[in-house]
Design a protein around this ligand. Sequence first.
Ligand code: SAM
Length: 498
Amino acid sequence: MNFDNEFLNRIKIILGDEYDDFISSLSNEKITSLRINSLKRNTDGNKDARTVLSDDGTRFTTDIKWEPYGYIYTEGYPGKHPLHEAGAYYIQEPSAMSPVHYLAPAPGEKILDLCAAPGGKSTQIASYMKGEGILVSNEIDKKRAQILSLNMERCAVANALVTNMEPGKLSEIFEGYFDKILVDAPCSGEGMFRKNDEAIENWSTENVSLCSKRQTDILKDAVKMLAPGGRLVYSTCTFAPEEDEYQAAKLLSMGLKPVKVDLFEDMVSGDIENLKKVLLNCENLIEDKEFVDNLPQYISDDIKICSGRLWPHKVKGEGHFFAVFEKEGEITKGTKLYGINGRIREAGKAELKLFSEFADGFLSDKGKKLKGTPFMMGDQLYLAPEGMPGIGGITVMRPGLHLGTVKNNRFEPSHSLALTLSKEDVNYSYELVDDADNDDKEKNSRKAMEFIGGMSFRIPDLTKGWYLMTAYGYSLGWAKYAGGVLKNHYPKGLRIYT
Ligand code: SAM
């Protein structure tokens, strides 16, 4: 690996005696891990996702201390298993799971994930919200926002608004609104060096400087959107102090208070004296010269107590930085009520009747307990989470839970709805894995993979109508039974042909 000399010099100053350990850790195998998605339930009596994966060859080795659902694995291909498409887990490296631990999301809160794609941290936040409260997951890049939206769907997130906005524009709408904000900022990616050669090639002091300026801009908007008493977590996957402690200092200068964090074993806070040396050496990398002159005032113990670094030579992970802050004041409970505005309209009686007919026929009493405000966007029926803000002026990729399409006097349930339901929520379901204990592991998953590939199944004597298709008890999508065939309704754009 060819590292830029300037990068190496800077790391030498920051790490001192640990420099050699850090450099040799970059030649180690990258760490692979996944997070079980607690929003997905399977039926009692079925093996859970982790056991299914273990049986199918994934070798789990270590629990991740800061994420109770996070597990390191060394062998296997969980990304190619049908349970991945069922949203039973999200593949995410361990250190990237740490910022959400410090955000401490809870049900009922209003939370913003400002730089959210592809969605590792948003789906993690959602799992702690348990479907209650409002999650706004925003991504500035349209293509990445689409991927984010699909990941939120796959992971059965029902209470999120996925948006595609510049932070500045979003802050005009949501001033002082959020109880919690995560800014997992675009950065120079030094923590990606083991995973991604491009990150090494693209590294330059100019890019560090560019990222640093962009991060300060994003943070100004984030601070504006934080409610009094609210918490903000800032994170990056880089070690450059201009993008880490310097930004933390900026947040203090914007009036936020540091929140003392308890670090897990082997997480460390940066050596402030060493970091200052890098920052003051490279003052041309930072926009705000006056701020640099006053750095000693801001790069202080306050930053040490509220931040943590995850170095790849110390923790099992690729590398991350996080810092935790609060805005002075008290959180006021009670969300603003959902306001119908923008490109949407209230669901009409006829549309709701069609949905009710579907629900009466195919959802069990448990499945009918969907909470929220139904509304229409074109011919699509959605359910807004309770307290969702109006969406006028916002570019929205996913406004709450997509229930289905109302067309030609018919209701067709959506893939999102299937993924949020479990077997107990429906009257009719069809299990695609015949015998999970069969030794022929490939055979077990075959039918589920065929379903994901768009195949329909000829099966005698079922009741006519919608079926929730499941694999190992986890919902995968819809099929509709008629004329002896369970016709595949897996979305064409998501099909994987094996
Ligand atoms: N939080 C994500 C996750 O856990 O999956 C990863 C986020 S990634 C580190 C940073 C994201 O910020 C990228 O998706 C990038 O497109 C987005 N971004 C780039 N420029 C931005 C800007 N000016 N404002 C907000 N977000 C930006």
